[in-house]
Write a protein that binds this ligand. Sequence first.
Ligand code: PLP
Length: 290
Amino acid sequence: MTLPVLLMLVHDASGVVSVEERDPATGQVSILDLGVTRGDGIFESIGVVDGRPQALEPHLARLAKSARMLDLPAPDLGVWRSAVLQSIALAGSATAGTELLVKVILTRGIEGGDTATGWVYCFDAGPYDRERDRGIAVVTLDRGYRSDVADTSPWLLQGAKTLSYAVNKAALREAARRGADDVVFVSTDGIVLEGPNSTVIALIDGIYVTTPSTLGVLEGTTQEAFFDDARSRGAQVEYRAITVDELRSAQAVWLTSSGRQIAPVVTLDGVPVTGDPAFTAGAVARLLAR
Ligand code: PLP
């Protein structure tokens, strides 16, 4: 089998969902689909290493949480789980010794209709060696809201993984204009949030710290795996608000995400970050071995 693999989730008249393999090179989604016209939907990107999906259950749980936040119909996780596994099985020998991504997409469907649109897409997204080995230059960018936005304005959907990533992409273009590779969003009250497609982990006073999801950031599945690994090695981890000043003086900073896994931040707004290359190399290996 060659990549990519596309599986559509198809509803019959009685609402039963089945999974059908389709040709990814031909149109499969209506131009009237709200996912296309409004970015009204949710998604997950699941890393696949040597044929093993990583953090599949946390990804499915986050898909269900995003669906709840957007008032979408609850996804049948059994169907989605088996579609993800089927897409990997169909990729067959293309999974051997390599890293893939499976994208899981659920939209509100066609405007005026009552049926969600869903598909699973397995493809080769790497390589990530450069960012993992050499690290990334990161700029802080103001996200334009306070760190309590999830409580004050839940309709802004912070903490849901929605399809509306135009802002996230614009931030990455701004980073490129500033000669950087990536972004750390900061709240108007000076709290570190997350990257446009990653979680921030900082080593502060010997403790691995990340921003709690109560501050309107996504619950990162890779960060969770990093913390599990750190705990099992006797290290201390903490979920708490991190100020920008703390980030600037951290011993090391990483951005974690399902595809890239972990990338060390080597400069923050142009200022070198100390870092720990030997630790990072080990962490990459352990995250890939999951
Ligand atoms: N935060 C945002 C906004 C993201 O888009 C992502 C990537 O999916 C993450 C955090 C990291 O999440 P994960 O490690 O589950 O990929």
